[in-house]
Design a protein around this ligand. Structure first.
Ligand code: BGC
Length: 450
């Protein structure tokens, strides 16, 4: 029996990203991206997997939209590959690349599925990386030119734009932890990259406003509630600083036009800070229409004097973890939404732009994929979303990560997040998992059992 009903205009969707699904890495005039370069260097990715073919969505998008229709998705969040549009990152536009997205959007609209477009999901054109990538402030300018082009070419039919997906990952995971392209381990660089990405976000918001388009524009941040490992002072402080490093470093510039002071001081002392110019913070904090939140897990934090910021993540004992070794912590979805509303966004619409789980799915003898754990994961998170709405939080939609199993970055194809199974050994055949059929019911009922 369905009992928890969502608002009539609540949007149920699913999300993907260009590099993770498209394949066709060198077709249709596409230029090389930093992920092409990075995956082609042996040793960077599990099993040396690459996104060269991925789910072959570039060729199979029509079939994929049929599947979206079958599930009943109301909205589809995808990203545009910058180097399909500008193979060199700037300059000459590649019409074939643009036409691909025009066809995709046309088909989505025909299917009654609302497109939500992410402009940057980490696949910088390699030509710009060769000139310093996001460390180079000019990249923000070129991002803005690319964004303006997309607004002009696609803007009349796109209701919802996301400038950046998870700037934390594009800066710190790629430049400090060395786990994503271009794979540096340099704190100083990571800080500069984070700032330039945020700056580029602000420039694009400004251009969007100047375009006079009717749609909405926002940014997607990956947020994680931080918990101290113990009641002890050092652990408590470590959790606070981790929260500043991980969440506030991005929330505060976007919504308050400043970086958290205490961490600025630490960065200044340890690293000599990073380069900004006058007026940057005004650009970064230009009003946006919504915030997208990607929520997957909470983080438990412990004091560790050997770490650069004296904190370290720990795994709590006796909890459930997904195949990514991420703790299943559904209450965190509510906690993050509540905190963001109270401290930053007020009445501004919020979206969960990603939430989901990887599990080692297998095709059963009956030819089906019985992914009960994913259903349980989503059900619990959906309930907290409903609870948030009941408590007055303006959550307007929910995108499950992911529509398809896909290239999971440094884990390659070893992790499966999809509602739809991809049989990589059998020509990328698509098979609806039980979770996809279950999700169909949720969408149809616009609600979930209590
Ligand atoms: C990213 C996705 C990724 C997912 C699971 C998010 O950080 O936006 O691209 O596949 O999490 O790791």
């Amino acid at each position: 029996m369905t009992e928890l009903i969502f608002p009539d205009d609540f949007i149920w969707g699913a999300a993907t990203a260009a590099y993770q699904i498209e394949g066709a890495y060198n077709e249709g005039g596409k230029g090389e991206s930093i992920w092409d370069r990075y995956t082609h260097q042996p040793g960077n990715i599990k099993n040396n997997d690459t996104g060269d073919v991925a789910c072959d969505h570039y060729h199979r998008y029509r079939e994929d939209i049929e599947i979206m229709k079958e599930i009943g998705l109301e909205s589809y969040r995808f990203s545009i590959s910058w180097s399909r549009i500008f193979p060199e990152g700037k300059g000459k536009l590649n019409q074939k690349g643009l036409d691909f997205y025009k066809r995709l959007i046309h088909e989505l609209l025909n299917a009654g599925i609302s497109p939500a477009v992410t402009l940057y999901h980490w696949d910088l054109p390699q030509a710009l990386q060769d000139k310093g990538g996001w460390e180079n402030r000019d990249t923000a300018k070129y991002f803005n030119q690319y964004a303006e082009t997309m607004f002009r070419e696609l803007g009349d039919v796109i209701p919802s734009w996301i400038t950046h997906n998870e700037p934390f990952v594009a800066s710190f995971v790629a430049y400090l932890f060395g786990e994503h392209a271009p794979g540096y381990r340099n704190f100083q660089k990571a800080l500069q990259v984070a700032h330039n990405i945020l700056f580029s976000h602000g420039l694009a918001v400004k251009s969007f406003r100047e375009s006079g388009l009717k749609g909405d524009i926002g940014i997607t941040l990956d947020l994680t509630p931080a918990f101290p490992h113990s009641e002890q002072g050092p652990d408590q402080k470590a959790a606070e600083l981790f929260d500043t490093f991980r969440n506030r470093w991005f929330l505060e510039p976007v919504f308050k036009g400043k970086y958290p002071e205490e961490l600025c001081e630490i960065y200044q002392q340890k690293l000599g800070g990073f380069k900004t110019e006058q007026g940057d913070m005004d650009v970064i904090s230009r009003a946006i229409d919504f915030l997208g939140i990607n929520y997957y897990f909470r983080t438990v934090v412990k004091y560790d004097e050997n770490e650069p910021l004296k904190f370290k993540e720990t795994k709590p004992e006796g909890k459930n973890f997904t195949d990514m070794a991420w703790e299943v912590y559904p209450a965190g979805l509510y906690e993050i939404l509540k905190r963001v509303k109270e401290d930053y966004t007020g009445d501004k619409p919020l979206y969960i732009t990603e939430n989901g789980a990887a599990y080692p799915d297998k095709i059963s003898n009956d030819g089906k994929i019985h992914d009960q754990k994913r259903i349980d994961y989503l059900r619990k998170h959906f309930r907290y979303a409903h609870h948030a709405i009941g408590g007055g939080i303006p959550l307007k939609g929910y995108y499950v990560w992911s529509f398809l199993d896909n290239f999971e970055w440094s884990s390659g194809y070893s992790k499966r997040f999809g509602l739809v199974y991809i049989d990589y050994d059998n020509h990328q055949e698509r098979l609806l998992k039980d979770s996809a059929r279950w999700y169909s019911q949720i969408i149809e009922n616009n609600g979930i059992e209590a």
